[in-house]
Structure formats: C-alpha cells, structure tokens
Design a protein around this ligand. Structure first.
Ligand code: SF4
Length: 369
C-alpha cells in the first residue's frame, strides 16, 4: 500500500468530507484494509484528531504516506464566551475566514449544542439578528459536523473540565456528561435552504458521533418544497417549526418567508409530516409585544394546531430584540399559555439562555461577519 500511496499523485482528500462508505472506498482504493477506515473514523470523531499525525494507531511511516494523500480540515476557534447562566458561545473561523457561531447549553444531564448551517441567513426574520446579515454562503456538511467535534474537543481539555466543575453535578447529584448529548439546528441559517449538506451532516452526526437521532432537532421557518423530503432522505430526527404568528398578515410582517410559503400551506405540510411513535412536532412561538401575543392569537393558535401531534414552546423575545421589537409582558405570556392549557395544548414557556453574551435565540450575529 505504502508504495502505492507514494506513486499516486492527486489532490488531497479531506477525510472529514467523507461518508462512512467513502472512507472505506478511500482506504481500500489505496490498498489499506477496511479496519483502517474504522481507525480513522474513531480518531476523528471520538478522539477529535485535528491532524493525520494524531492517528496514532498508524505507524509513523503510514501516517507520513497518508499525509501525502489526505488531510483533516478543522474549523478554528476564535473566541469562547461564557454566560453567567453557564451557556457558552463559540465563534469559529472557517477555511475561507468566514465566521460562524455555535452555542452550548448546559441543563442537568444534557449538553445541547445549537449549531449553524449557513454563514448568515437570507430569510430576514425581523426578530433575528442573523437575518439582518443576509446570506454569505452555505456550510459544507463537514463544517456543520465540525462544530460538534470542535466543542467536544474543547470540553475534553483539562482546564475546561476544571472550569466547568461547578456544573458537573446537578442538585440531585447527577453527573453532567462531558460530551455533547443533544443537537439543535437553531444557530445561524435556515437548514432547509442548505438541504443536501444538512442531510449529509445529519447522517454523519448519527453514524460517526453516536448522538441519537432522537436527540437531534432541526428547526425550520417552513421551506415547503424541502419539508416532505426531510423524512425521506434524513435520519428520523425531531422537527421544530418556527411559527410565531397566527395570521398570514402578521406572520408575513415578521417573517418575509411567509409570503412565499404561507402559514396555511405550512400547517398543511405539518399535517402530512410523518411522525414515528411518541414523536411530536415542536412549534416555536417567539412572543413579541403587540405583534402576536393577544388572547385572540392564542385562540387562533389552538384552532391552527388542533389535531396535530405537537407541543408549543413560548419563547419571550430577548430584551434587545432588533427592529424595535419588544418582549411580551409576563402577564400576556401567562394568559396566552393559560388559553393553550385550557384547550389541552402542551405549551411550555422557554426562557432563552445566554442573553448576556448574545447567545440567546435570534442573537447570533458575529460583528466580524
Ligand atoms: S430566525 Fe432562522 S430563518 Fe429567520 S432569519 Fe434568523 S436564522 Fe434565518
């Protein structure tokens, strides 16, 4: 094999860009047994190797030969901010210098990473800072997955373990994991606008990182042509829909995408979305003062979602919402929730975390972008 490697002149392969089958093909086509592919996968996704030199199962000679053929790309951490509530925000630089953000939320025995699927976003939701940036480009699948690897690598560093020690046990004495357990596609970008790369990333996360598909949630503003394709092409993950309004006019007012893919059609697509046993669609409803928070809105929401297997997350807008938007009052939020409760809808009030480091919902917008 080694002689074979040296004799082949070709551009280098990014090992993180390969699926499992492609990794097998790559090793076999260079005369290596299949177990070498497993070793590479183990080093990259479980030991977070950032260079071929770290694949220590390989002899020095073999690593050198592999370096002639391949490399392991890595997004680079530029900044790590820690919120007073323990939420952490990571600013990453991509190979072309573009910047993206990921947010780590610690909650008892769950470590949830909120990841980005695009640099910026084209949809321009009024309540979202990412939407103000416009779209720069889609992320490649390995750049999406690399957010998980990079944060896991950081979490494994001894000084980070020490600095997180106060989070290591909850009040019941349960130890927190030191690896990401849950993933939400709720960072920068609309995942379904980058469909192929996101589907590939989902498969890589499930197959390579061992994170259960039940612990992965993709949130969409409702890109209707892609919604039915998701259960056909991606692993069976959880779906969240960013709803935020109960009439076409009010939704179009805060989410321009509604003019192209209207609310009524979105609800119709959700009704057809196949759900496995015990699965529900989560509807996210950002509560904005004077925009979508009246008792009438709550009653319309009940009508819209009646019969759907779903739950509703009521998310007060962050205080520094853009465009002069303000969060609903506590009283309105509680009244809204009560109407949903009385109508037997499952509705939880979700307070965004990480507001003091601009890591909360709708706040991801690196100034360097
Ligand atoms: S809320 Fe999501 S879809 Fe809307 S602009 Fe922000 S990132 Fe894009």
């Amino acid at each position: 094999m080694v002689a074979g490697i040296f004799s082949i002149i070709m551009s280098k392969t990014n090992l993180k860009s390969l699926s499992k089958d492609e990794m097998f093909d790559f090793t076999v086509s260079h005369g290596l047994p299949r177990y070498r592919a497993d070793q590479i996968i183990h080093r990259i996704y479980e030991k977070y190797a950032s260079s071929i030199d770290e694949i220590t199962e390989f002899s020095k000679e073999l690593r050198k030969a592999l370096e002639e053929l391949a490399f392991i790309s890595c997004i680079r951490i530029v900044k790590r901010l820690v919120s007073s509530d323990g939420t952490e925000k990571f600013l990453f630089s991509l190979d072309d210098g573009r910047l993206i953000e990921s947010v780590l939320i610690t909650d008892k025995n769950r470590l949830t990473l909120c990841i980005s699927s695009q640099v910026g976003c084209a949809l321009g939701c009024r309540f979202c800072r990412t939407g103000k940036l416009g779209l720069t480009r889609n992320l490649k699948s390995h750049e999406i997955v690399d957010q998980v690897i990079a944060v896991n690598r950081i979490l494994a560093e001894p000084d980070v373990i020490t600095s997180r020690a106060h989070l290591a046990k909850d009040k019941d004495g349960v130890f927190l994991p030191r690896k990401i357990t849950n993933i939400v596609f709720m960072g920068m970008g609309e995942p379904l606008m980058n469909f192929d790369e996101v589907v590939e990333a989902l498969w890589k996360i499930v197959i390579f990182t061992g994170i259960s598909r039940r612990k992965i949630t993709l949130s969409t503003a409702g890109i209707l042509p892609k919604l039915p394709l998701l259960p056909q092409q991606a692993p069976e993950i959880n779906l969240a829909v960013s709803l935020n309004a109960t009439t076409e006019a009010s939704r179009s007012g805060i989410m321009p995408v509604n003019r192209k893919y209207p609310l009524a059609a979105l609800i119709g697509a959700c009704e057809k979305f196949p759900l496995g046993p015990g699965r529900r669609i989560t509807f996210e409803y950002i509560m904005i003062k004077g925009v979508n928070d009246t008792p009438g809105d709550a009653r319309r929401l009940v009508k819209l979602l009646r019969g759907l297997r779903c739950k509703i997350n009521l998310i007060p807008l962050n205080h520094d919402g853009p465009d002069g938007l303000r969060p609903s009052s506590e009283k309105n939020i509680l009244e809204f929730q009560e109407i949903l409760d009385l109508n037997k809808m499952t509705a939880l009030i979700r307070r965004s975390k990480g507001g003091d480091i601009s890591a909360a919902c709708g706040q991801l917008a690196s100034p360097q972008l």
